[in-house]
Design a protein around this ligand. Structure first.
Ligand SMILES: Nc1ncnc2c1ncn2[C@@H]1O[C@H](COP(=O)(O)OP(=O)(O)O)[C@@H](O)[C@H]1O
Ligand SMILES: [Mg+2]
Length: 366
């Protein structure tokens, strides 16, 4: 059982490609390895290939090329119901004419499980999602959040070690969605199951996951834990897709170890960390988070380059101040500051100077 190698590579996509029409690849050379117990999220815009990957893992689609392994065993030729995988979809897919308990019991019955064992498993799964008292109701007699919980219980009733979820919270309102994010994460941790979760919502991905695979155009752009993804994006796509970002464009002037100077298109020079650039003369898009921009000169490092900025708009947001600036020709440059007692509320029309720690400004692909 406790084979270390298999535990570290519980789910494996090995050079997987997928084409539906025999021409275009919607999944291009996908390599991904999940250890047992991990909560991994596939995050990306619509059409980037997330659902296709999940369907291949579940067995409802076949890979055009490459291999998918579960517990070290290739599953390409194993039908879906023999893979031991639980699945949760956005639209719940509960049977309306059956009670909650029957919805959960039905797939076990199909697998020829005895009545008392079924009842025991159904009770256990309903208790896990705190719906033990609702077994006799029909889906129409439940709220959206309760139906989603039943859908989750139905995936858990098999006691599958691997559960796949495709945008399971998409139909819920914001408050319920946030509550369920927390709940799903807690249940997954408690049971020690492995989860592959699909969403296009970056906040959801960041708050729930051990690691996030950012998809675009059929490829994983970056695979990393949430903090690394946010703080060290490896390319412009990831920087822009995850969180809010300011970008400026220019040409690399000089690279010195982990410092680069970049000349912006308007002539100004700034300091940055070279991420996707390797030599002078290359075009780059630099990326800096709103909360890492500093305008208080006392807090800026000695000798760093600064930029002149004009305040265009000040927005009071309660916990933070959000100020829009015009910087080097970009009039959508945002800075965010905490609403602290000593924090100035910058008024439109004010001229300021801004700067940052060079390591907070990433020189990425143009
Ligand atoms: N059954 C299908 N037949 C043909 N093309 C499909 C099918 N399912 C998805 N696609 C196409 O494959 C691409 C990836 O889709 P999908 O995996 O659903 O992306 P996502 O889940 O990231 O939104 C899209 O261009 C989509 O139109
Ligand atoms: Mg999808």
């Amino acid at each position: 059982m406790a084979d270390k190698n298999v535990d570290n590579a519980f789910v494996e996509f090995d050079r997987v490609q997928k084409s539906y029409d025999g021409e275009t690849l919607v999944v291009k050379d996908l390599n991904l390895t999940l250890p047992r117990g991990e909560f991994l999220t596939m995050l990306g815009p619509s059409g980037s290939g997330k659902t296709t990957c999940l369907m291949m893992l579940a067995g409802f689609e076949t890979a055009t090329y490459g291999d998918i392994r579960l517990g070290g065993v290739s599953i390409n030729n194993i039908p879906p119901h023999k893979r031991g995988i639980g699945m949760v979809f956005q639209n719940y897919a509960l049977f309306p004419h059956m009670t909650v308990a029957e919805n959960l019991s039905f797939p076990l019955e199909v697998r020829k499980m005895g009545k008392s064992e079924r009842e025991q498993k159904v009770k256990r799964a309903l208790d896990m999602v705190q719906m033990g008292a609702f077994g006799g109701r029909r889906p129409a007699q439940l709220s959206g959040g309760q139906q989603q919980r039943i859908a989750l219980a139905r995936a858990l009733v098999f006691e599958a070690e691997l559960v796949l979820m495709d945008e399971p919270l998409g139909a819920l309102d914001k408050q319920l969605r946030e509550h369920m994010q927390f709940e799903i994460k807690r249940i997954a941790d408690d049971l020690g199951i492995t989860v592959v979760y699909v969403t296009h919502d970056q906040t959801e991905a960041l708050t729930m996951s051990d690691r996030v695979a950012v998809f675009n155009d059929g490829r994983i752009q970056q695979l990393a834990p949430p903090d690394k993804l946010y703080e060290e994006p490896e390319n412009s796509f990831v920087a822009q897709f995850i969180g809010e970002n300011n970008t400026l464009e220019g040409v690399v002037q000089e690279i010195n170890g982990n410092r680069a100077t970049v000349q912006l298109d308007g002539g100004e020079v700034i300091d940055a960390k070279p991420v996707n650039v390797s030599k002078p003369g290359e075009r780059t898009r630099v990326s800096i988070r709103p909360e890492r921009v500093e305008y208080n000169k006392d807090r800026l490092q000695e000798g760093v380059h600064t930029l002149k900025a004009e305040v265009l708009e000040f927005i009071y947001m309660g916990d933070i101040f959000r100020t829009r600036l015009k910087v080097a020709g970009n009039d959508e440059f945002i800075i965010k500051t905490r609403n602290a007692p000593d924090q100035v509320r910058l008024q439109p029309g004010t001229q300021i100077e801004i700067g940052w720690l060079p390591e907070d400004c990433h020189a990425l692909d143009a």
